[in-house]
Ligand binder design. Structure first.
Ligand code: XMP
Length: 504
């Protein structure tokens, strides 16, 4: 219903071992009828039910005989269409509130008494539709939750999906397991078998697939699934653009050629990329040139395979949802998605995307199930333009080498300390800024390196991470002693917003 939290709700449901799919209001009824449906959740959203462009779902959705849970706007919409009253309170109720639970029904099966929830709404339900009773209330919100026991329709005025709602997970779990009767036995690896069958049907007996492998977790897991489906008819291409991290190419060769025996072509295009980047320091120019060059290299390689009418990609569910939003869904567009650097339409190939319905955590679980090594499965995200957006100023083989070595020290020390599991990203940035130092008895005049270490849930926001001083000291010492070209190490203590995770 227009919620930025819709993905989070879908993810929480999956985490409870239940398959979930997000449908925009206009397609909700059609999707609901097409599947073996066990329950419906209507999300929140920024609109008022009285707004002219308020999202509406067909009323029949409430008559399908499956339990319904309306969250925030979803609850208001249910109350509105079933004859209750929704009114503006004149001010937004925003933040943590304590609610008193009246009965342990539906989402409150395991929760009673008082509990803290996260509210974020302007309108409220002020009169319940007939057949409904109040399930919870707060000082400011008479109907913080409602229930129609016979029809199993529930409404929550607050957000059970966000972590500020202390027992929110339990509430969703109760709705899914107790109310909808779902066992919670869906596991992400169940999808591998289904996807393998789908790929075989799509590609047929003779079709070949080419796959741009980056070594990141998404493309790696997707490639292994395609390989399970069609074996040697999968051709992977890994482009070494000269902007990779230390050892990256070797990991990819060792894993996919060595362990998985896949057909892998490594294209050494580093000179080509660095020639194009010579003298370029503007971040957007860098990104554009890299994206363009990647497409050119890939297009050239694709020509070598005459029967490869299929292109494999590691597109994930969030990418799909964002593309839907960009093409007329109800959620505001955060970014328009272009996978594989925005491949040209005239490649004229059909897409094979086995991860289209999955979230990142699920992809990691599948990766482990398929036997991919931790060095790939647990990998931190790495941007498409590679080290270029971390090597500020001009890209030269020498400066990239310096950055690569410093970055390797940062990552290996953090991993050796076992801290990486709690971090979203941890890397080094090289600045085109020289300062004076002293080493031994000699003067140095070299560039500075910055440690960028952040925690995050989804990269939309991030906090700079606090590392133990001893670890920071060790990293700094090692970089200065071992990496010629850096004589000063700084720490980035900017969160996102206002900063971004990458420096360019
Ligand atoms: P920012 O710097 O915008 O980054 O806070 C958010 C997340 O996205 C990654 N990132 C990219 N990933 N292609 C990608 O595939 C890109 O061009 C790109 N730029 C940034 C970044 O590493 C962080 O995880």
């Amino acid at each position: 219903m227009g919620a930025q939290y819709a993905q989070l709700i879908a993810r929480r449901v999956r985490e409870a071992g239940v398959w979930s799919e997000i449908a925009p209001p206009a397609r909700a009824l059609e999707r609901a009828r097409a599947m073996n449906l066990a329950g419906i959740i209507l999300s929140g959203g920024p609109a008022s039910v009285y707004a002219p462009d308020a999202p509406v779902v067909p009323r029949e959705l409430l008559d399908l005989g499956v339990p319904v849970l309306g969250i925030c706007y979803g609850m208001q919409w249910i109350a509105h269409v079933l004859g209750g009253k929704v009114e503006s309170t004149g001010k937004r109720e925003f933040g943590r509130m304590s609610i008193a639970i009246a009965a342990q029904h539906g989402p409150f099966e395991t929760v009673d008494g008082h509990t803290v929830v996260w509210m974020s709404h302007g309108d409220s339900v002020t009169a319940l539709p007939s057949g409904f009773v109040a399930l919870a209330s707060s000082d400011t919100c008479r109907f913080a939750a409602m229930e129609h026991a016979a029809r199993k329709i529930y409404g929550l005025q607050f957000h059970p999906e966000v972590s500020h709602t202390v027992r929110g997970r339990e509430m969703l779990d109760s709705f899914l397991h107790a109310t909808c009767g779902l066992a919670g036995d869906w596991r992400p690896d169940a999808i591998v078998e289904r996807e393998v069958a789908k790929i075989r049907a799509q590609v047929g007996e003779h079709g070949e697939v080419i796959f741009g492998l980056s070594g990141g977790v998404d493309s790696s897991v997707a490639a292994v699934i395609v390989h399970q489906a069609i074996g040697a008819r999968l051709h992977c291409i890994f482009v070494d653009n000269g902007l990779l991290r230390k050892g990256e190419r070797e990991i990819v060769e060792r894993t996919f050629r060595g362990s998985f025996h896949m057909d892998l072509t490594v294209v050494d295009a580093s000179k080509r990329f660095l020639d194009k980047l010579a003298g370029v320091t503007d971040p957007e120019q860098k990104r554009k040139k890299i994206g363009h060059e990647f497409v050119e290299v890939f297009r050239g390689e694709a020509k070598r395979f005459k029967n490869a009418h299929y292109l494999g990609q590691g597109t994930l569910y969030p990418d799909v949802i964002e593309s839907v939003a960009a093409h007329g869904g109800n959620t505001a567009v955060i970014k328009s998605h272009h996978n594989v650097g925005g491949l040209p339409d005239d490649l004229d190939m059909q897409l094979v995307e086995p991860l289209r319905e999955l979230f990142k955590d699920e992809v990691r679980a599948i990766g482990r199930h398929l036997g991919l090594p931790e060095e790939i499965v647990a990998r931190q995200p790495f941007p498409g333009p590679g080290l270029a957006v971390r090597c500020l100023g001009e890209q030269t083989p020498q400066r990239l080498h310096v950055l690569r070595e410093a970055d390797h020290i940062v990552t290996s020390e953090i991993e050796a300390a076992g801290l990486h599991k709690a971090l979203w990203q941890y890397f080094a940035v090289l600045l085109p800024v020289k300062s004076v130092g002293v080493m031994g008895d000699a003067r140095t005049y070299e560039e500075a390196c910055v440690l960028r270490v952040v925690t995050s849930e989804d990269a939309m926001t991030a906090d700079w991470a606090s590392l133990p001083h001893e670890l920071l000291a060790k990293i700094s010492n090692r970089i200065i002693n071992e990496v010629r070209g850096i004589n000063r190490v700084a720490l980035d203590i900017t969160s996102k917003p206002p900063g971004t995770i990458e420096w360019e």
